[in-house]
Design a protein around this ligand. Structure first.
Ligand SMILES: Nc1ncnc2c1ncn2[C@@H]1O[C@H](COP(=O)(O)OP(=O)(O)OP(=O)(O)O)[C@@H](O)[C@H]1O
Length: 257
């Protein structure tokens, strides 16, 4: 639990934050093929040179300590997945910074990290290998991963031929066994069937009991209150509230009643 190391290799105390986001900002360009309105011709230079650009997140700052379980809430398109991708290092910020002082196991997109043309078996080895597990370690975990996912019959099937629920099963089974200190889960659990969701919930509880840090994006209040103690509320790319999860959900519901 205290065996955390910063990027420079120094040991950091259990009390030091594992994630520090400072003034984080990222902008995207809507695909408008550069079309400009007549009004834009009279707007400022930056508006004319960057048609369709918008900030998906801006001025977002927070710190996360080891073992915290954080629920990220907000309406569709308000920046939740983007925030997780920045923490995972899949996206880089245009402004500010995010420092992550521990390994991250991301379950942020159903197909994220998995290669469609490779078989289930090869994807297990690829994903676990990219997270630093040796071939021998993966050999030792392989059966339990397949058993958890209940995908014994499709081990040699290309990943792209699985149903979306099956894709989530294998992704969760692998990612939850990576033993990384930080787990990022983005809505994907909603895709699994009821029995599998319950299995995932039990696994997430186990990981939290081991002291892992959790970031959960969900529109499901029950999941948010079951796992998370703290909430981040994103509204139009701004972090409008950061506090106990029940207060955050109350505020979010009041704003969107
Ligand atoms: N790669 C990208 N290029 C352009 N725009 C993007 C990209 N990724 C996300 N966006 C846009 O950024 C905004 C935030 O998207 P994001 O996926 O973070 O929202 P979200 O809060 O997770 O939504 P949801 O609840 O629907 O999953 C949206 O307007 C989305 O269309």
């Amino acid at each position: 639990m205290t065996d955390l190391r910063s990027a420079s290799g120094n040991e950091i105390s259990a009390d030091a934050p594992v994630i520090v986001a400072e003034d984080l900002g990222i902008h995207f360009k809507r695909n408008r093929r550069g079309r400009r309105s007549f009004k834009d011709l009279f707007a400022g230079r930056s508006r004319r040179t960057r048609p369709g650009e918008f900030w998906a997140l801006r001025n977002v700052s927070f710190r996360v300590h080891p073992g915290e379980a954080i629920g990220v809430v907000g309406r569709n398109g308000n920046g939740k997945s983007t925030l997780l991708k920045l923490v995972a290092g899949v996206l880089l910020p245009d402004e500010g910074s995010v420092r992550v002082d521990a390994g991250v196991a991301p379950l942020i997109e159903i197909t994220g990290g998995f290669v469609g043309d490779l078989t289930v078996r090869d994807n297990v080895y690829l994903t676990a290998g990219l997270h630093g597990l040796s071939g021998k370690q993966i050999d030792g975990l392989f059966d339990s991963i397949i058993e958890f996912a209940e995908l014994e019959d499709v081990i040699d099937t290309p990943y792209k031929h699985l149903s979306s629920g099956m894709k989530v099963r294998i992704a969760f089974a692998v990612v939850s066994r990576l033993d990384e200190p930080i787990l990022l889960v983005d809505e994907v659990l909603a895709v699994g069937d009821k029995a599998f969701r319950e299995k995932c919930h039990t696994k997430i509880r186990e990981l939290l009991a081991e002291g892992k840090t959790l970031f959960l994006v969900s529109h499901n209040e029950r999941d948010l209150t079951a796992f998370c103690t703290r909430g981040l509320y994103l509204n139009k790319g701004k972090l409008v509230a950061d506090g106990p999860i029940r207060d955050i959900i109350k505020q979010y519901n009041a704003d969107n009643a």
